[in-house]
Design a protein. Structure first.
Length: 509
C-alpha cells in the first residue's frame, strides 16, 4: 500500500452516534493496527473542542488526543493533524486555535454563523497534504454526524467526508443502551448524499456473549443495507488521553486504573483539585502509573485532609478558578497544608494561582487579583500565548515538558528555582506540562514528596511511563485486530466508498 508520487493515500472517517462513543479509541486502534502492518498512517481531526492540548515540535498547539493517535501511528504529531482547536473559556465562548496558533476568542453563535464554514478549505487542504505524504489517513469526527442543526457549517464530520469522498464508519457505545436505534437514526437523519458515505458500523464497549447480539446486527443490516464491522469488548484501564476536561468524574479513580501494590511499605495519596475549566489533567497520568500511588480528583476541602500531595492543575480560567477555590474553602485548606510543610504542586494555571498576585487585563479582565501567596511569583497575563517544548534539569534529573500559557511569571526572590518556576518549602510550581512523564525526575520528585509527607513510600525503580503508554496503544491495536473485520476496513481505506449503499428515509434535504 503506497500513496505514490502525486497520488492521494487512502482514508477513512470514524464518526460516532454521540460524543464519547469511542471515536478516539477506535481511531487510535486503527492507526496502531495499520502501523504494525507497515502502513505509513496518520491521524486527523479537522476540528477539535478540548481543554486537553499538546505542543508539537514546531511549536503548534493541537488536541492531546491527536498527539496520542500520532503516537499510535508511530509518527510525529503536527498541526496538519488538527488544524482547528477550540478551547472553551465559558459555556458560550472558546479560544480558536488555527494551525496551532491562537487567532482570537469567539462565541459559539459567531463561530457557527460564519467563521467555521470559511475554515473548510483549510481543513480540506491539511487532509489532502497528509494523504499525499501517507499511505492512509484515519480521520476522527466530533460529536455526531446527525447534528442536523449544525450540518450547514460542518467541517469535521460529513462536511469533510463529502469534500474528500471518505467512507464513514459509525461507532456506537452499546454500554449506554439504544445502540441499534442510534445507528439507524444517525443514518436516517442524513441527506441522501451524506448517506452514500456511511459504509458500516462498529459496536463499542460490549459486555457478554456476542452471539446474543448477532440477530440484532443481522436485522440492522437488513434495515440499512450496511454491515457491522466489529464488536469491541468493554475494556478497563485503556488510559487514553481524553478530550474534555469538563467531564472528569470527581472523586473517581484516574482512568479506572487498578493501583499496583506499593514498592515500599506505604501508599502515596495524590489529590488533584478539579478546578473549573481544568486543562491538561493528563499531567497526573504518570503519577497514577506508579505502583502504590493513588490519584483522585477532588472538589471539597475535606478531601485534601489525607492527601500526601495536592496538585493544582492547569485551567483556562485562572482568576475564575482562584475565586472558586476561595468560595469552597479549598484556598484556606491549601494554605494550611503549606504552613504545615505538606507538599503542594501547581502546574501552569495552578502555578500562577500559588503566586502573590495576577494582573489580568486579557483573559478575565479582572485587573490585579491576589493569589494564594505561597510562592514568590507575580504573574501578568499577556495577549500572546507561550507555546514551547522545553528541556531542562531538576532534582538532578533530565526533564522534558511543554508549555501552553498566556501568563508571564516574574520570580520576586526568596524561592529555589524549579524548572521555569520555583519551590518554596514544600510548595512547587512550574508552567511545564508533561514533566512527570520523565521517569527519573518523577521518581526523584516522589521521593521528596514522600519524605515531606512522612510516608514510607519508595517509587519503583523500573516504571517506564513511555513503555506503559506503548502497551496501552498496542492494546488498542489488539482491539481492532481481534474484534473488527480488518479485511473490510482495509477495503474501505484502499478502495473508498462502496457503490450502491441504499438511502434510508426520511433523510434531510
Amino acid at each position: 500500500m503506497s500513496s505514490g508520487e502525486g497520488r492521494l493515500g487512502g482514508g477513512l472517517l470514524v464518526a460516532g452516534t454521540t460524543s464519547d462513543a469511542g471515536k478516539s479509541v477506535v481511531t487510535a486502534g486503527i492507526c496502531r493496527w495499520l502501523a504494525r502492518k507497515g502502513v505509513k498512517v496518520a491521524p486527523f481531526k479537522g476540528q477539535n473542542m478540548s481543554l486537553n492540548s499538546f505542543v508539537t515540535r514546531e511549536g503548534a498547539e493541537i488536541g492531546r488526543a491527536q498527539a496520542m493517535q500520532a503516537a499510535a501511528a508511530r509518527v510525529e504529531p503536527t498541526a496538519l493533524m488538527n488544524p482547528v482547536l477550540l478551547k472553551p473559556g465559558s459555556d458560550s465562548s472558546s479560544q480558536v486555535v488555527l494551525m496551532g496558533k491562537p487567532v482570537g476568542e469567539m462565541s459559539a453563535r459567531g463561530y457557527h454563523a460564519g467563521r467555521q464554514e470559511t475554515l473548510l478549505g483549510t481543513v480540506a487542504d491539511c487532509l489532502a497534504e497528509l494523504r499525499r505524504t501517507h499511505d492512509a489517513v484515519i480521520c476522527e469526527g466530533a460529536g455526531s454526524p446527525a447534528e442536523i442543526n449544525l450540518r450547514r457549517t460542518d467541517i469535521v464530520n460529513m462536511g469533510i467526508a463529502r469534500t474528500a469522498r471518505l467512507p464513514v464508519v459509525v461507532v456506537g457505545d452499546i454500554d449506554r443502551g439504544g445502540v441499534f436505534a442510534s445507528f439507524f437514526g444517525t443514518t436516517a437523519l442524513l441527506s441522501a448524499a451524506d448517506q452514500e458515505l456511511i459504509a458500516g458500523y462498529l459496536v463499542n464497549k460490549f459486555r457478554g456473549d456476542v452471539t446474543l447480539l448477532e440477530p440484532g446486527l443481522d436485522m440492522l443490516k437488513d434495515l440499512t443495507g450496511r454491515p457491522t464491522l466489529g464488536v469491541l469488548p468493554f475494556t478497563h484501564g485503556l488510559g487514553i488521553d481524553e478530550e474534555d476536561g469538563l467531564r472528569v468524574s470527581l472523586r473517581g479513580a484516574v482512568r479506572e486504573s487498578v493501583v499496583a501494590p506499593p514498592y515500599g511499605a506505604e501508599l502515596l495519596r495524590v489529590a488533584v483539585v478539579a478546578v473549573p475549566l481544568m486543562s491538561n489533567f493528563t499531567d497526573v497520568d504518570a503519577l497514577a502509573a506508579e505502583p502504590g500511588v493513588v490519584v483522585r480528583f477532588v472538589d471539597r476541602a475535606e478531601e485534601l485532609a489525607d492527601a500526601d500531595l495536592v496538585v493544582l492543575p492547569g485551567t483556562r480560567g485562572t482568576v475564575r478558578a482562584l475565586r472558586w477555590l476561595r468560595e469552597r474553602g479549598l484556598a484556606d485548606a491549601i494554605s494550611r497544608r503549606a504552613a504545615e510543610g505538606r507538599p503542594v504542586l501547581g502546574i501552569c494555571g495552578g502555578f500562577q494561582m500559588l503566586g502573590e498576585r495576577i494582573e489580568d487585563d486579557v483573559e478575565s479582565k479582572a485587573g490585579t487579583v491576589d493569589g494564594l501567596g505561597l510562592l514568590p511569583v507575580r504573574v501578568r497575563v499577556a495577549v500572546d500565548k507561550t507555546l514551547a517544548r522545553p528541556v531542562g534539569e531538576a532534582l538532578g534529573e533530565r526533564v522534558e515538558g511543554y508549555e501552553i500559557h498566556h501568563g508571564v511569571a516574574e520570580l520576586t526572590g526568596g524561592g529555589e528555582p524549579f524548572l521555569d518556576g520555583c519551590r518554596s518549602g514544600s510548595v512547587w510550581g512550574t508552567h511545564w506540562h508533561g514533566s512527570l512523564e520523565s521517569d527519573g525526575f518523577r521518581r526523584a520528585f516522589l521521593r521528596r514528596v514522600a519524605a515531606d509527607a512522612g510516608r514510607s513510600f519508595i517509587p519503583a525503580p523500573d516504571t517506564s511511563f513511555g513503555a506503559l503508554r506503548e502497551e496501552q496503544l498496542d492494546r488498542l491495536g489488539d482491539l481492532i485486530e481481534e474484534h473488527a473485520d480488518t479485511a473490510a476496513l482495509m477495503r474501505l481505506i484502499e478502495d473508498g466508498v462502496p457503490p450502491g449503499l441504499p438511502f434510508i428515509p426520511p433523510g434531510m434535504p
